[in-house]
Design a protein around this ligand. Sequence first.
Ligand code: ZN
Ligand code: ZN
Length: 406
Amino acid sequence: MAVEEPAVEEPAVEEPEDDSDSGGDAEPDVGPLGREILDLFRAVHRLEAQLSEKIAAFDASGEWELDGSATCQVWLRYHGRLSPSAASAKLKTARRLRLLPRTAEAFAAGEISSDHVRVIANGTDVAESLDKNDQLDAEEVARLVAEAEKVFVDAARALDPGRLCRVVTHWRHAVEPQVVVADETEKVCRRKLHMSQTLDGRFVLDGELDLEGGAVVKTALDALMRPPCPGNPRPTASRRRADALVEVARRSLDSGRLPTSGGEKPHLSVVVSLETLEARSGAPAAEFDNGELLSGEAARRLACDAGVSRIITHGARQALDVGRRTPTIPPAIRRALVVRDRGCAWPGCDRPPEWTDAHHIVHWANGGTTSLDNLALVCRAHHSKLHEHHWRARLRSDGKLEVKPP
Ligand SMILES: [Zn+2]
Ligand SMILES: [Zn+2]
């Protein structure tokens, strides 16, 4: 694909020399197509600057009233076909830009983008609150902003808007820490997490977290986003993040430290008939206590280790045995398993013990014993392979697990 590369590179080497001859700024060598793109970016910034200037003039003129619009923002929304938030952001920036001559100049020259301008415009509105609180007189405020603006515009020429925002936030904090506190409070107030269930039983998550809350969640998820097992197809980052979220919840349930409800620690209950647990043909599906159904094989996997309470029903759903988080695997046996397997026993898998379930090679529901010669530690992904995907496992005499595809 890149066979033609050397031919393109040769003339490009000479370009910087041309630049130094003409005494201009040393522009990075980006190739002809890259150069066109950067020129177009500049042109877009220049057009955006013109648009902003016109909006500010239009706003001040009151011409938006001619068609009966209640405000300039309403006019922009309707005629510019903008969302309410986009219209109000454009108007706010246009108004503030009239007070920021250096920013307006760099914008009009196409040197900085509308995102940079928005960061500077929003960041310098701290001046308004200083003015209102009578901490400084108008002249002092104007001088303060003018000094800062020079620094911000220089920074905007070199930094992306996200980094520029950090520079501006440092300044806001130095000038008036209370506005930074107010910014944070506003973000905290916007926090939300929606969790809805689809008709076929999946859960859809959507939400927004403030800076600190989001950082806590991200740190916990990152710690549990283990790389995939060698030899397995690499799952996407979003899939590993989804697994990590489930793992965080599973571990906090297992820790037994969550607050009780109705005198019981929160836990996951599965209602399953004995014939389903024994994998007899014609057996019904299993049920979570909220009524959602799951396959008998998934229920066999959950019942295989101790993570869930078990209510085993017989025939017309009579409770045969109600387990209250009684571990199926006694702690001494689990410790011996950890010493023997040192993590997932699946050949080639390196997941540590805390990621594993103890799998009964012959399920206890089919008469298998809870003893070392019938147990192996397997990670959740490999536990699913053994149940839902019907791989077969056998313990060799040296204690190693041998697996065969179905
Ligand atoms: Zn199992
Ligand atoms: Zn594994």
